[in-house]
Every structure is written in structure tokens, then in C-alpha cells.
Design a protein around this ligand. Structure first.
Ligand SMILES: [Zn+2]
Length: 100
């Protein structure tokens, strides 16, 4: 993954953003394949995707590492902190008062 910061490194004059198909102007991100950049993300899309994309990559890496440890067929699902806390409260309520 490379950040293209100037037109000096801008080798693809007619390249489009892989997400919005808009024009690419530095700065933008280029994910390089074997010989050609296969994914390019413009400045606007980087701003929109910056949190989600990095979190998705961390999740994929964590699932892969879990599989490498032998937990094949297992996966990780992200939940909001509020949802995890609500689920935990329900679990504790059930443990201490299973008749509910
Ligand atoms: Zn874009």
C-alpha cells in the first residue's frame, strides 16, 4: 500500500478511484498488485472509509490468526460496546434469576 503524494509518482493519468470511479489527484492510496496497482482510493473516499476499512482489515487479520491457531470454521463478529454490555447484563440476569 502506497500513498501517492505528488504528480511525480502519478503514472496512471486516466486512472479512477476504485470506490467512487472519480478522478484521482494526489494524495490518494494505491494498493499495488504484482505489476499494476489494483486498487486506488481517492482522497474523498479515504476520508469516508478510513475507520471502517482499517477495522475490517484488523478483523480479517484476527480471523486468519485464529484459523492459524487451529480454530478452523470459527469467526469473529464485531458488535458495538453497547450491545456487548447489554448482552452481558442479560446473561448475568439469567444466571442470577433463571425464572425470568
Ligand atoms: Zn473515490
Amino acid at each position: 500500500m502506497t500513498v501517492i503524494n505528488s504528480t511525480e509518482h502519478y503514472l496512471f493519468e486516466h486512472a479512477k478511484c476504485s470506490v467512487c470511479r472519480g478522478e484521482l489527484k494526489p494524495p490518494f492510496v494505491s494498493l499495488d498488485g504484482a505489476e499494476l496497482a489494483i486498487v486506488r482510493i481517492c482522497t474523498v473516499c479515504c476520508k469516508k472509509l478510513k475507520n471502517g476499512l482499517s477495522v475490517d482489515m484488523v478483523q480479517v487479520s484476527a480471523i486468519s490468526e485464529m484459523h492459524d491457531l487451529g480454530y478452523h470454521g470459527m469467526t469473529l463478529v464485531r458488535q458495538s460496546r453497547k450491545q456487548v454490555e447489554a448482552d452481558e447484563r442479560k446473561r448475568k440476569e439469567f444466571i442470577f434469576n433463571p425464572e425470568l
